[in-house]
Design a protein around this ligand. Sequence first.
Ligand code: GDP
Ligand code: MG
Length: 435
Amino acid sequence: LTERLEKALSGFKDRGKLSAEDIKKGLREIRLALLEADVNYKVVKDFLQRVENRALSSEVLESLTPFQQMVKIVYDELVETLGGKASGLNLTGKPSVILLAGLQGSGKTTTAAKLAKYLKKKGHNPLLCSTDIYRPAAIDQLRILSEKIELPFVSATPQEKALEIAERALKIAKDSGRDVLIVDTAGRLHIDEALMEELKAIKDFLKPQEVLLVADAMMGQDAVNVAQTFQERVGLTGIILTKVEGDARGGAAFSIKEVTGCPIKFLGIGEKLDALEVFHPERLASRILGMGDILTLVEKAQEAFDIKKARELEKKLKKLQFDLEDLREQLQQMKKLGSIKDILSFLPGLGKKIDNLPINEKEIHKMEAIINSMTPQERRNPHIINASRKRRIAKGSGTTVQDVNKLLKSFEEMKTLMKQFKSPGKMHGFLRRFM
Ligand code: GDP
Ligand code: MG
């Protein structure tokens, strides 16, 4: 998914304006990438529709290339689709009950122990219990894991029904002052009526703060259907996606959240008991895009570049009134972006080429110093700068007359060339060529 998206979006890199046609072209590629990553067809369709709306209606950010803009739009939409912010566990109960549900082999029992360990580390006192009476080995499995993490476990007595174990466990949790009860349940290979009923009964009795579906990310689209069924039949408060360290990363999380509307709360990333990770939508979105560094750049550029000023400049350019005052403002904008080489190094594919770029921050400072030493009148009307004024400016800025000449020459060249540019966004990039 990462590679496809990156490739799809890299097509935007060198284009001029973000046109409706460009957007469509990019969306087509993203669509293929998402489908290939096993994201549900309808989910993809809805997602792309939202991205398109956003792209068509979004403000053109002059400081960003169309490619960067598109990445930003896709990223924002991804984060929103994945649930916005990380959502923690609801632990307001006394005790708080966490019920785990899911198909057999999805990782429920392992996840029960992982969650218990995680909560213990956070200062909670979890109690574990298993209602998987159909497979005695399954109950033993959780008992052994509980011993490993040194937490109490409610054993089942022979002939006891699943609901009876749950009832007993809740009483023990209350009596012994445990603040969290984690209940593992039985799974089946397929959605099973009797088991759904049992789960529903346990849920109705326990009134858990959290009903978490444990779903195997490797199942792809099937995991989505399972999630939907559990959501409809039992009602879920969240999802734990397991085995995401496999290559299915991304696709399933994306679809499940969209289809069920339930937040993904944790990711299982391995068989070990600490291979559990709080789910962060921003992180997964970056991972899906595979371009976290670009996002940093995008944020930086947005902060630094004042859109309003750019608009004013655009107006001036159209009237061809660009003067040294405007140039100074441009230079200041560029300085705000921080080290220009740093910024460029965020861009993919530039790598070593950066070292050869004729970018020199000292030059920016020098240019600025020269302009600062001019009078406002000189900035507005550079043609009045004669030899004696040049000497004064050079002295005032700690530069030489040659430097002043060089700046004025560059400025004249810029002015000539700028007539060809209509948008300040382009001009911004263009200015870099002079540094
Ligand atoms: P249950 O039937 O739903 O209780 O599933 P189990 O907890 O018994 O897990 C089934 C298998 O999946 C076991 O071999 C686990 O070690 C493995 N498993 C569980 N979670 C993860 C995970 O996040 N990553 C990987 N690689 N394996 C996992
Ligand atoms: Mg189990």
